[in-house]
Design a protein around this ligand. Structure first.
Ligand SMILES: Nc1ncnc2[nH]cnc12
Ligand SMILES: [Zn+2]
Length: 334
């Protein structure tokens, strides 16, 4: 099964680039930028990755991102993640980035997007991994701040496919960002959002009804509401599930109790993703392997999840078709 998952062609649809900053790269970048960090060793830092909830994690995640200053830092971060994709047979990835985490510190939007997008372009040529970018608004900040970010993104519109909504969910409902999502859609960005990770089913309703999202990041708490489940199925919205993130942040107490299989049985379209692999103990294949083991998923179910990852990606239809053919050839000749 491990080998089957390793070689399975797949896409990753829920990944924060700042969440791929491994302790060793963090130390390396901090050193070359002459920055002091409050940990002495890679091991000491890794030990701090012990969370009780989303906010615990976010505090450390934003602190880690502070070492990223120059275009080269964003390039190295992104390229090292894309190398990991190639190793794991992730054929396509949809990368979220949080511009406000950096512009708030005086780093220009241009520095961030240029470093990330150059790495993506090089990886497509050198590693054969395709990618696209999702600009995520930080929901703990104001809508006005998100509007400023939208404005800053416009000169780089050709490099950005979608907008997302992340950071502290509780107390920051999708309704807070209705206007900026409307404006983002008018600029041609596809709307996506984290919803139902810590927030309840109402937040998922709002993300669908008020923001018009085309895919749900996490969405676990949709299970609280039967009508919502029916609506998600009716609209054919996929959920980007992140198993190891869910246990690390105590959204789920044990992988054995993870609702992924129940979701599939209900007819929801799910995908498996790593969210913030440097912080949650594994990349996409580690997530597939852990949840397969915990829920005893069979090859057909794993294949279906990988199929969803291409089907519900934002790539153009021709490329989607090519990836699906590659996946089907693999599955039929396994
Ligand atoms: N799992 C997550 N939820 C909300 N915001 C995030 N930012 C990075 N990872 C996140
Ligand atoms: Zn996330």
């Amino acid at each position: 099964m491990k080998q089957f998952i390793q070689n399975l062609p797949k896409a990753e649809l829920h990944l924060h680039i700042e969440g791929t900053l491994e302790p060793d790269l963090l130390f390396k970048i901090a050193k070359r930028n002459n920055l002091k960090i409050p940990y002495n060793t890679v091991e000491e830092l890794a030990k701090a990755y012990n969370f009780n909830c989303l906010q615990d994690f976010l505090d450390i995640y934003y602190q880690g991102a502070n070492v990223l200053i120059y275009e080269q830092d964003f390039y190295d971060l992104t390229y090292s993640y894309l190398k990991k994709c190639a190793e794991q047979n992730v054929r396509h990835t949809e990368i979220m980035f949080d511009p406000q985490t950096h512009t708030k510190r005086g780093i220009s939007f241009k520095t961030v997007i240029t470093g990330i997008s150059n790495a993506c372009a090089d990886a497509e040529v050198n590693l054969g991994v395709s990618s696209l970018l999702i600009m995520s608004y930080l929901r703990h900040l104001s809508e006005e701040d998100a509007f400023k970010t939208l404005q800053e993104s416009l000169p780089f519109k050709d490099k950005i496919t979608a907008v997302g909504l992340d950071s502290s969910e509780a107390g920051n409902p999708p309704s807070k960002f209705m206007k900026v999502f409307e404006a983002s859609i008018n600029e041609g960005y596809i709307p996506l959002a984290h919803a139902g990770e810590e927030g309840d089913a109402d937040y998922v309703w709002e993300a669908i009804d008020l923001l018009g999202i085309k895919r749900i990041d996490h969405g676990n708490n949709c299970l609280q509401d039967e009508n919502l489940i029916a609506d998600i199925i009716d609209r054919d919205l996929a959920l980007t599930i992140c198993p190891l993130s869910n246990t690390a942040l105590k959204v789920v107490d044990d992988l054995k109790n993870h609702p992924l299989k129940k979701m599939m049985d209900l007819g929801l379209k799910v995908t498996i993703n790593s969210d913030d692999p440097a912080y949650f103990g594994g990349h996409v294949n580690d997530n597939y392997i852990a949840i397969q083991k915990a829920l005893n998923l069979n090859k057909e179910e794993i294949y279906q999840i990988a199929k969803n990852s291409f089907q519900y990606s934002l790539i153009d239809d021709l490329k989607k078709e090519e990836y699906l053919i590659e996946l089907n050839n693999y599955y039929n000749n396994k």
